[in-house]
Write a protein that binds this ligand. Structure first.
Ligand code: AP5
Ligand code: MG
Length: 210
């Protein structure tokens, strides 16, 4: 099972990747989470990345391809993986083709979770994530302050400010949306309506991947 989750910021890629991982035992590979971990480590690279992420800009294709290639070589990817937030540009998709070219019996599905911009802005302005384990918490009327899995603090992402969200949406349209055609031409593109409940989106994804 080799899954690419495409979709605008806030479409629910991370939420669905965590569900697929929990139900099918294949790892979620979120380039955003890996980059945020580097920022948190406060390394020299992390300090450079912090500025890029906070501005909602894209990190260079070369660096992203290096990070993903070494992650995909780990043994837990032997039976498949869920790519969340990668590829995001045509050079990244072409680079991924080269990396995946070495895998036998490749069963690739590129699934776009589609959500309109205004819903994205509402969702991301309300989103909280756990600073400890990274769990994404569904916003509720009284969102708790601590993660119910690990007790970590629930925080807002630095790039979840309305102006930055709009900029990320523009970058998606410019750089990532062309990948829809890239995967459609390969015959592996699927689209699900991301405006449904989390469970209904997951049920649609399961119909595609089973
Ligand atoms: P990344 O972390 O990948 O962020 P993103 O693509 O902007 O997407 P998000 O994580 O914001 O949203 P999501 O689709 O995962 O939604 P979620 O499930 O959280 O990237 C961050 C940055 O890193 C980039 O801007 C860039 O700088 C850099 N980067 C990363 N990858 C890169 C790459 N390949 N190349 C270059 N740079 C890269 O859900 C959102 C909210 O909605 C949550 O609160 C959730 O609870 C809620 N929600 C989810 N589903 C539903 C539903 N069905 N109904 C109601 N609410 C829902
Ligand atoms: Mg995410």
């Amino acid at each position: 099972m080799h899954i690419i989750l495409l979709g605008t910021p806030g479409a629910g890629k991370g939420t669905q990747a965590q569900l697929i991982m929990g139900n099918y035992g294949i790892p979620q590979i979120s380039t955003g989470d890996m980059l945020r971990a580097e920022v948190k480590s406060d390394s020299a690279l992390g300090q450079q990345l912090k500025t890029v992420l906070e501005a909602g800009e894209l990190v260079s294709d070369d660096l992203i391809l290096q990070i993903v290639e070494s992650r995909l070589r780990k043994t837990d990817c032997a039976n498949g993986f869920i790519l969340d937030g990668f590829p995001r540009t045509t050079p990244q998709a072409e680079g991924l083709d080269i990396i995946l070219g070495k895998i036998e019996n490749l069963n690739l599905k590129a699934i776009e979770i589609s959500v309109p911009d205004e819903a994205v802005i509402r969702r991301l302005s309300a989103r909280r994530i756990c600073a400890g384990c990274g769990k994404i918490v569904m916003p509720q009327e009284s969102t708790p302050k601590k993660c119910d899995d690990c007790g970590g603090d629930l925080i807002q992402r630095d790039d979840d400010k309305e102006e930055t969200i709009r900029h990320r949406l523009d970058i998606f349209k410019e750089s990532t949306a062309p990948l829809i055609n890239f995967y459609r031409e390969k015959g592996v593109y699927h689209k699900v309506n991301g405006l449904q409940t989390v469970d209904a989106v997951f049920a649609d994804i399961e119909r595609i991947i089973k």
